[in-house]
Unconditional design. Sequence first.
Lengths: 697, 554
Amino acid sequence: MISNAMEADVGIPSENYSNTQGVYIYRPADAGKAPGERPPKRRKVAQEPNGSDSNPCPFVPLLDEGETELSVQLRYQTYEKLWSVQEAKIREILDDVDAEVLENVSSFVSTTSPETFRGCIPAALLTVGSNVSSLARLLSRLNDQLSSTGEGGVIVLESGDAPNLKTTLKNIIRTAIINTEGNDGYQSFFTSREGPRLLGYDLDVLGEYVAQKSIKHLVLAFRDSEAFDPGILTDLFFLLSSWLDRIPLTLLFGISTSVELFEGRLPRSSVALLKGRFFELHKASNCVDHIYERIQAESGKFWLGRNLTNVLFEKSSDYFQTPESFCRTVKYAYMSHFFSNPLSVLLAEDIPDELVQVRLCEAIRNVPSFREYCETLLEEGHTRRVRGLLEDGGYLLKQTVQLIESGQQSMHHMFQAVKFIFLLLKDLSIPKKASMSELSIRALSGELRHSPLVEDVLAVFKRLDSSKFEGLVSLIPESAANLPEFWDIRKDLNALLQTHKGPQPLRSAYDNQNSVIGTTIVQQRVKLNKGKANLPEDCLKYTKIVDRAHALLESYFETTLLRPQELPFHEAFLLDMRNPIGGVFAPRPRFAIERALSNPSDYLMYTLHHTEGTLSAMQPPTSILYQLYLESGALVNLHDLWQAFHAVFEREQGDSCDERMTMALFYRAISELRALGMLKHSRKKMDHAAKSAWMGL
Amino acid sequence: MLPVVDDQLPVSTPKRQRITETNGTGDNPTDGNGSPEFTPSKRLKKTPQRPTAETPAALKASGLKTPSNRSKAKALFSTPPKQNTASSPTKVRADRSAKKKSAQLLFEQDEEDIWDGGDRLAEEILAGDNDTPAVTNGQDNEVIKTVEAEDSIEPTTDKAAATPKRRAGRPKGAKNKRSPTPEGDLPAHERYFFQNRAGPPRTSNNNLNKVTLLTHEEYFEKHAQRQDPCKREISFLNDLHRRSFSQWNFEFSQGFNICLYGYGSKRPLTQRFADWLYRKHSASPPPVVIVNGHTPNMSIRSIFATIVTAILGTDIPSKMGAQPIEVLELLQSVLKSRPSQKPITVFINSIDAPSLRRAANQALLARLAATPKIHLLATADTLNFLLMWDISLRDQFNFAFHECTTFTPFDTEFDVVEEVHNLLGRKGRRVGGKEGVEFVLKSLPENARNLYRLLLTELLSLADEHHNLDDDMDNAEGAAEGPKDETGIEFRALYQKASEEFIASSEMMFRTLLKEFHDHQMITSRIDTSGMEMLSVPLSRDEMEGVLEDLVLA
């Protein structure tokens, strides 16, 4: 064994040393003063009351660092509070989604044994599709379940763990023992054993372990079954089946394609050793939709706007995306809002008076929606209030908090309305189907209010018969249900239904069944005219009630489905920027590098020259070379490239141009292009290199 | 330019003046074309519109490149005597025919012409303004004017003198301006197909033989002298990135790992971040482990081992296991058993470096990243580093990506001179090339020298065979770029030859001789696809021949 201290060198501060060292533990170069660190930072550290706290607030003061410590803390606390609520919801959903499958799998594991399968290895086949993370979730829960009762455990094997049979066996045995005994337990398992020392891949070890701990069920899970070498699997099955009387194994395969394909890759003899059941996990997209709905509709404080929602769903439809990564994106949106928006402090539960501060008030007054609000106030003639808002910080803050609260209320109502529409769409037989996320995007952009979709819903609503109508009453969101008009409608409806004694439900006049198509022949032409059939008294009454309900709903949608961008101070509780999320989770490294090299002035603001579009020796050498490289064909003559490169310098520096210096720069540039993967060695011609990247592809 | 005209003016007719002008432009195309004094007013009247000043360089290039146009120009150029006998074509008529052809060309654009900017030329001719500084135009006019000269009273000697001059002048311009870049803004994919179109490589045969390549010493000497003109801008850019440190720290605290990408070395930046982290938590600094991906012979196991050391300090277990996965599992169990352990920050500079690039290594690193209490900050340099990770690895890494274009040179990361020489296919610079090899050979015994001579002879003869073969392949399919980068001789075969020539009597002895060469990096050996050991010499063909010559003569 190599001495560990040799490799894991404890850091030596010297810069040069660290450059040649592959891995090292960081030690500060000089613990004294930081080069380039600005003094305000130090002041902040000094101010921090709980600097030695184990979990200091990671937020930094905004507003040109003029934000108070209190406000920073408050923002952080608000973030933590809000997100922890959302996270709990997400966890609940994720646990809930696969609960059924988990139950099935665990009952399969506990009930089956080789005896019941006549000597075959019991195997559970799980198709996961693109929802790769769900399997890991399921396995870890299964493991918890099994190990908590002491029945056994789950050994998770990835294709990387199985390069050959020996290593695979070793990994299986080690993982099984470490799972319950820990790393030390694994070591001592070998040392404390009597008799000759066994090798790490000897299944005797596992057999003894099973006997010692009286383990009943050991699950061996192949996470990415398709990626395993079929040859190794064949050997492994053969080996395990002969040990089955001593090791109670159940195999579990995570399959991304289909069971048939998986089976097809294995030889028949090894398939014959297995016998099992097939389980299916849910698709990721349903889960994502559900999570989004919960996060948005049940949130009381903060919402994701239309653009952001768009980005979120584009991402999950463009790529395979696990629900977890969807949640992380949402989390990042929350993080960026509270980290970088000083107004987010206003979402805190109770706002202390000390928060009133010139900087914050200034920031509030600079918000565009505040200006719009002031302008509408002025139009309505409330000049005093506007003056108060502009001059009195305390009044401003109070008003702002009120406005934000009312804004949050209307957002809340809006999502209730959206949910109601969603339920109506599901309940009524309307051909147009829209997912909750689609509806939310439309609502967030304010397009839902007069959309044909809502009109359709309302039209269908009119034609409902009384039994269905009654059923829908319970769906109506509380903000509408609490209106006095609605109470009246309900009372009248109940009264009507009490008196109505027919077996048939009441139908309104708009119902197709109640309209009669009359045919008259006028001048040898058939005329169709719709007319209302003579309705019984009850139906007429019912029609009136439906009319009232219809009008109520119409006005309800009218008031709730607003444009969120029109709400005052929506900036505080609605995040609607594409920017951070897109770049952070879907980076475009190639574009960034190409841009930096072909247009260095985008990054380096040239104070001396404006050299846009032209080559200049002032540019970084790699970028000069890259621009020359772009002009070349698939094969680059390095001599000519060097000449062209040199010419750029020669032209500008004239006689003072040092050729060897230019050559050194050329070397550096070439080596960088090569390392970036743009040039490679070519044998076609002498001193030629092959181009391997085309810009913009 | 002007003096010439002045000389001619007193004796010549207006027509003759035009001829001198032609000669003038032929001599000095870049100067004379643009000057308006030479434009005859007659022509100016005929042109209703002046073409907007397009990029002259591109125009020149395209004009000279287009095969159809060149042939047309040639045809025009060669016709004069014939035309002279048939009729006396005036400038107007020649102009008109050129216009007709151009119009036709514009009508029947074929693809090749579009790429090469032929239609632009045609438009240019149609516009007929010789005011534009384009060479194509001037060239066209020249031709016309030469024709004109024929029927003027100009002495033929003058014309004869003019023609070769112009001929000599053209390639010069053409060489500078010839570019495989098509004119105009092609969409990226069209540009790709244009630059990859079939046919022999259209590059010149120049090579770097006459240029003295840099040695390590010279490179570093020059490098130390260099003053970066954009130093201020670069440091400003890096300051901007430094402002994100607190954001990164927050992202770490929320369980994200960070990946930085963009052009430029990010090592100084991560170093700064480590400093910053250290200072921020100055009371009890979190352990930071730094990995430099570009270090040769980096092993993934040593990364994990160092992290374990960072956690446990001195009481590391005596046995960590030889496999990286075992060390990783030890690390995970150690972290699990210490709930109060502070998070470990791991910086991996250049996670896409060749030594870390393998899929197995990335899978291990992803597992490391997914371990709780491990904060991973990785930097990536290459264009397509995202391709290393599939969906499950991406999920495990849980990266928040940030663009960090630093423009800092990769001085510490790469061995620049070595890289360039590798790219040029000139390995063995390290031994000192031919001189170095000869120096070593002088100090070796006779037997070893004989063996080296034998090796070189065999290699050269093999290379000749290969060369012919390669040529055939090249002719056959145009692009034959095999994975074999240099010719090699099979170990057994060389041993056979060596024993035939009584250089080595046993394999043992043969190996001893070869080891000496290996030690001085005079030979390289690799295992080819069929599992045979191939020996070769890291020298270019010329150098091999030189060494062989000296060996034989000595």
